[in-house]
Design a protein around this ligand. Structure first.
Ligand SMILES: [Zn+2]
Length: 480
């Protein structure tokens, strides 16, 4: 008995020693770069942003609502506001409204860089129109914020890039590397513009060092355990799939219902699906994120992140606690549309449900579809991808890549005391179409805790705009 106790105690000590050893060995991955103080926003730079917000470059899901005049006048506005950008760069119009600019670098042997943003914004939902405290297209500035549809998504990026380039051009600056600017016009509804731009670059055999598009932000508050500003660099993006489940059974009069109706069968299928979620795992960008965050966290969290061989289960269960973080560790699924029946006294023949999936990198759609059929386990439920549209999750960009380092360094230089970490993007961006142009795609928007993304009172702080202008200036200067 005593022997067993000594044996167990020794085992425990060994384990504790290993855990502590790993914890203390976990070193910070943060680049040590000092920030340069950002200049105040020039009056014309602020005016340009406000003007840009006035163009209703809206992407509606109903194509008949597309207002081409808005996109044409937005293009004209860019030409007028940024004369150097339009005389010294070569511009091509792609897919009628998307814009592709080329800024020739000094050194043709270096691979180019592609900076992306999109011109379009999401519509204002009719029901929410009266809930806005400002006119969403007036570009109002108040309480330290710039307000309006498209401020955060994504005109801050587009305008800041062009504004920074215009300033550098006026100083006769020329980058070492060639820089492309790709501004899609329909990111919110599929990204045909980005597809066309990527196809064009591909046809010219262009391989980019890296691609930077909208994505993660700088957050002061959103990461528990982190007290410094945290910049999240998207290094991969989840995939997108919608499946339609259909059940067809003999319907009839509701006074003499059969034991099981199409609605019953479909309901069971949905319950079965939802009660059997896809397994969670710590992989790819999320795993890499823990290696960047761990060393900066309080002791207990650091210990957990440093000893994933032991604490992985606990870490994953923490992620699973909120819908936002659960989406980082698993393929999610949720029914979004359900259709059956037309009359209160008729049992419908057909019942249909649409289930939307967001695929974790590594979970291929074909495998997910097979899993869904298995989870439902009922041959009477037909499972089809009727929309025909599937977007697989992207590969993971290495945080060791040159592109990641350049972006990382530019962030640290433009916003003081910021730490950075890779992360998995849940939403889709235009950059997913550029994977054949570069393996290094980074999704990051240099703004600090924007408010009202796709919603009411969308706004970014003046500090965000100042930071974005400064970030793109640092980035363009450093692309050597
Ligand atoms: Zn966007």
């Amino acid at each position: 008995m005593k022997k067993l106790f000594i044996f167990l105690f020794a085992g425990f000590l060994l384990l504790a020693a290993a855990v502590l050893f790993n914890t203390f060995r976990m070193e910070s991955k943060q680049l040590q770069v000092n920030a340069l103080a950002a200049p105040e926003i020039a009056p014309q730079a602020l005016r340009h942003f406000q003007q840009a917000l006035g163009y209703k470059t809206i992407s509606n899901s109903d194509p008949s609502l597309f207002d081409s005049a808005q996109f044409r006048s937005f293009r004209k506005f860019l030409e007028t506001a940024y004369p150097n950008f339009h005389t010294k760069l070569m511009r091509e119009i792609v897919a009628d409204y998307s814009l592709l600019y080329k800024w020739e670098g000094k050194n043709p042997h270096l691979k180019p860089v592609i900076l992306m943003a999109h011109q379009d914004v999401v519509p204002i939902e009719e029901a929410t129109k009266s809930m806005w405290t400002v006119d969403p297209f007036a570009g109002e500035v108040k309480e330290g914020f710039i307000w309006g549809r498209g401020t955060a998504d994504d005109k801050i990026n587009l305008i800041s890039m062009v504004e920074a380039a215009e300033k550098l051009l006026s100083e006769n600056f020329q980058p070492e590397r060639t820089i492309y600017f790709s501004f899609g016009h329909d990111e919110e509804i599929g990204g045909k513009g980005a597809i066309a731009a990527a196809t064009l670059l591909k046809s010219r055999n262009i391989e980019a060092e890296f691609v930077l598009d909208e994505g993660g932000i700088i957050t002061l508050t959103k990461m528990p355990g982190i007290t410094k500003p945290l910049a999240l660099l998207g290094t991969s993006e989840k995939g997108y799939l919608s499946l339609e489940l259909t059940v067809e059974e003999v319907g009839g009069h509701s006074s003499m219902p059969a034991e099981e109706t199409s609605i019953d069968i479909l309901s069971k299928a949905l319950v079965n699906l939802r009660s059997r979620p896809f397994p969670s795992d710590l992989t790819g960008s999320t795993l890499e994120g823990t290696q960047y965050l761990g060393p900066e966290m309080p002791f207990v969290q650091k210990m957990a992140f440093a000893n994933q061989w032991l604490f992985k289960g606990i870490i994953i269960s923490k992620y699973e606690k909120s819908p936002q973080s659960a989406a980082m560790v698993r393929t999610t699924m949720v029914p979004t549309i359900i259709v059956a029946g037309v009359k209160d006294n008729v049992v419908p023949t057909v019942a249909k449900a649409t289930v939307n999936f967001r695929l974790l990198p590594g979970d291929l759609s074909a495998v997910v579809i097979e899993e869904v059929k298995r989870k439902i386990g009922d041959e009477r439920v037909k499972v089809e991808n009727r929309m025909g549209f599937i977007s697989e999750a992207t590969p993971v960009t290495s945080a060791e890549s040159e592109g990641y380092k350049i972006v990382d360094e530019s962030i640290k230089r433009s916003y003081p005391q910021t730490m950075t970490a890779p992360f998995l993007m849940i939403g889709a961006t235009d950059s997913r179409f550029f994977r054949e142009i570069s393996p290094n795609i980074i999704k990051f928007s240099p703004m600090i805790d924007p408010i009202g993304f796709h919603g009411i009172d969308e706004r970014v702080s003046l500090e965000s705009y100042k930071t974005a202008l400064w970030f793109y200036e640092q980035l363009i200067r450093s692309t050597k």
